[in-house]
Write a protein that binds this ligand. Sequence first.
Ligand SMILES: [Mg+2]
Length: 234
Amino acid sequence: MGDNYDLLMTNQIFRAALFDMDDTLIDRRSAYDEVYRVFYDNHEVIHSSTSWEDALAYFWTLSASNATNARTAIIEIQKKWLGVPGDPESHYKFYFENMVKFVQVLPGAMEFADWMNEAGVNWGIVTNGDQVQHTKAEKTGIGKKTPFVLASQLFGVDKPAPEVFMEAVRLLGVDGLDTEEVLFVGDNPYTDILGAHGVGMKTAWVRMGREYPNDAPAPDYEIDHVEELKGMLA
Ligand SMILES: [Mg+2]
């Protein structure tokens, strides 16, 4: 069934919305390609033996569902290409320094944030990660627009744990807000959709060109871009 049909059939206006950040409001996917292009170019053992296309396909296997552990990634890389130097801490540093350098907001997301602020939408960002997520928010500019960025590892637990979603509800600061009145928007079925669904929020999944998997709870809406949500937020 077409998703536009779903949107037209719903008359629900949500009292608040929470957004994942990477690949929902900012273009982490494109930046990931650029980060690993630098890594590929830096390491002769890789680029002398493997085409960029094949190497990139491998690097993406380290980022299932658009989530990465930059520390463990280097361990896997060193299994595939013996002799690549580095350790978990140096790779974490390399990865996030370059991620921050390359990451940009998704097209239209800043305008959408402006629209939400002008329309008086209650919203905020809930993102898995540490202080680097705040740096990414500042670098892309979305940090100046959003009422808050809740970074899971600074709070204590990652999505899909219910506690981080409930902390976000608290940060929204809307009197008497029930989780059913909150729309959660994200691209990761196993952290965003699973977690938000688990606390009773309605969910919108950002496709980013992918098919929704069978082993996660179905989202209430599927969208290609956050702009499609305007009719449900004000
Ligand atoms: Mg994401």
